[in-house]
Design a binder for this molecule. Structure first.
Ligand code: GLN
Length: 384
């Protein structure tokens, strides 16, 4: 048998998705892969029923159906004031996962370097490698997960083609301040690099933290590929709807990449999702209130364990420090917690470039009853 491509040896299968399979095998509560176990808004399900009966069963325009892009542009403009033109500045993708891959392939040549903050969402390194680029890492340092300006300056001296910015950040829950974003922008400008953002948690930011879309910083637009998704905001991770927003010249190239990768996102789902993009501002306030409540519920149980954990400023993950529990590794801890307690998280080491093995990542995008069930198991069985 011929050998498969050598680039595939440089990265591993997703540990997040693997943990979902582990949880399913043991019928454990899955707090590993970040997706809700509650329904999306009823209006959205009704819209999906309607679109199923409409004439949307063939390909839509490859870069996104007109209705979807119009609704998306209006929604982005409402929250960012960016003046996105639906015909020039958007490509609709199969989730932010494809958006990030498209952005990376659009920005990078083989051999280019890409700055990734560590800890990082595991797709970024794989995206860079699949694009022929090389990820280089800058540490976000606990407890606040800020970066050392000198570290970032040194990384930029390697002349990277792009920096990946996940804000709010998965898995550490950091929300970057305006000052930090301006520092990143200044270096990107100085070294003429792109900034590829993953802002899928833009609406899940807990006060007093505030989300600043990178592209809205003065002078940022021309070098920013903003990736977003409907998955988390409307609780539809299975619909696989995301997008890249960027200047026309960049989008013209990104559309080619997207077209040859997937042709397009699912037409009936785009049609239905336009309804969500038209939800009023109160929808987003309610979503945040719900997640704030869920954060309080889950972290309340973690407090009872006596174990240290991160309190996210944004997104819906917490890193729990299990180093005092005596497991041989975080991987073994995740497997044992699944088997013995019936709660599954992700071994934190899969998010770190550094040899960090002290964390398990749990998410709290679950029904209250699921959080109570998982929380009670953790609080009663885990003790610092
Ligand atoms: N973003 C979610 C996580 O970090 C889900 C990722 C996925 O599996 N696509 O768990």
């Amino acid at each position: 048998m011929p050998a498969t491509a050598s680039r595939l040896a440089i990265f591993q299968e997703s540990v997040i998705r693997e943990m979902t399979r582990l949880a399913n095998r043991h019928q454990a509560i899955n707090l590993a892969q970040g997706f809700p176990d509650f329904d999306p808004p009823a209006a959205l399900i009704a819209a999906l029923e309607q679109s199923a009966r409409g004439a949307f069963h063939q390909y839509s325009i490859t870069w996104g159906s007109a209705r979807f892009r119009q609704a998306l542009a209006a929604k982005i403009n409402r929250f960012t004031r960016l003046a996105i033109d639906p015909d020039k500045h958007l490509v609709t993708t199969c989730g932010s996962t494809e958006a990030m891959m498209v952005a990376m392939m659009t920005a990078c040549n083989p051999g280019d370097k890409v700055i990734v903050f560590s800890p990082f969402y595991e797709n970024y390194a794989a995206d860079a490698i699949l694009s022929g680029a090389e990820p280089i890492y800058v540490s976000l340092r606990p407890p606040g997960f800020g970066f050392d300006p000198g570290d970032l300056r040194r990384a930029f001296r390697q002349n990277p083609k792009a920096l990946v910015l996940c804000n709010p950040s998965n898995p550490c829950g950091k929300v970057f301040t305006r000052e930090e974003l301006l520092f990143i922008l200044a270096l990107a400008q100085e070294h003429d690099a792109f900034v590829i953002t993953d802002e899928v948690y833009e609406h899940i930011v807990y006060a007093p933290a505030e989300h600043i879309p990178f592209a809205t910083l003065p002078g940022a637009w021309e070098r920013t590929l903003s990736c977003g998704s409907l998955s988390k905001t409307y609780s539809i991770t299975g619909w696989r709807l995301g997008y890249v927003a960027a200047p026309m010249e960049i989008i013209a190239q990104a559309r080619k990449v997207h077209d040859f990768l997937t042709v397009g996102a699912a037409a009936p789902l785009q049609e239905a999702a336009a309804t969500a993009l038209e939800f009023p501002d109160t929808y987003y306030a309610d979503l945040l209130a719900e997640y704030s409540r869920k954060r309080d519920i889950f972290l309340g149980y973690l407090r009872q364990t006596g174990l240290p954990f991160t309190t996210p400023q944004g997104a819906y993950y917490t890193l729990v420090d299990i180093s005092s529990l005596g497991f041989a590794s975080d991987r073994i801890a995740a497997e044992e917690l699944t088997r013995r307690i019936g709660v599954t998280g992700v071994p934190g080491s899969s998010f770190f470039r550094e040899p960090v093995h002290r964390y398990i990542r749990f998410h709290f995008a679950k029904k209250d009853e699921t959080l109570h069930a998982a929380g009670e198991r953790l609080a009663s069985k885990l003790r610092a």
